[in-house]
Design a protein. Sequence first.
Length: 307
Amino acid sequence: MPSNDEARISAVRAFNRFYTRQLGLLGQRLLESPFSLSEARVLYELSRRDSVAAKEIGAELDLDPGYLSRIVQKFADEGLISRKPLPEDRRQQQLKLTAKGRQAFARLDRSSQEEVARTLRRMSEGEQRRLTAAMATVESLLGSPCPRASATLREPRPGDMGWVVQSHGERYAGEYGFDSSFEALVAEIAAQFLRSFDASRERCWIAERDGAPVGSVFLVRHDDEVAKLRLLLVEPAGRGLGLGKRLVGECIGFARACGYRKITLWTQSILTEARKIYQDAGFVLVASEPHRSFGQNLIGETWEMRL
């Protein structure tokens, strides 16, 4: 009779075999794309930032330098990336997605989105919740003890928009004294997102921790070249985990993949923590104006980021 250790090792290995089959990771190409899993991961990391050193991506993904070098050469040959020596060390390369590269990632991202959506549609609402909660548990137990493993980001589900409106209303009333007109504004933004949602150009992320929502952010289309970042919120239960930075980073990466030229946002000068997140991400304050809204005297600010 196998020992407890042997039985648990066998169970973990069986789950690994099941999961790799479920995601189609045994094939040479991911989601019928021209990319392997490792190549897709490199594309994803490039999509999340304007430019990055190759060695940084190698360290984050734990890729063999020789293997990463072959991926970089392939991407360069196919016109997916541009590269140049780092000023401080010309032996190292700085990588950046080209327009063709952003389009390639956008296609891969849509395929992944659609594949996961098809999987989830086969499940009931309760089964979907059990699945995502179980995945969060696996990630928290196996991942390194860092903020990225402390919460998961997911698409909105039925009922989430109500939570977004309620949490904004309660949080801003309690912390800044905003009246119900702010909650009404949030409700209008959420309703507009649901009415005219364009999956190819827009996203909402809900941050979840221990099965409960703790944050949100929206990226919506303003026009073909400009996206708007809206309704960034991190509840107290999600603070101190770098979650606001993660949510904004997802918006930037998705906007780049879609081919937007600029992201704009409107915030208030009193929201010091949010302003620091925007500034650290590369947004620049371009305009400010005092106004009377939500029962308060405020200074509204417009921030922009060129992609």
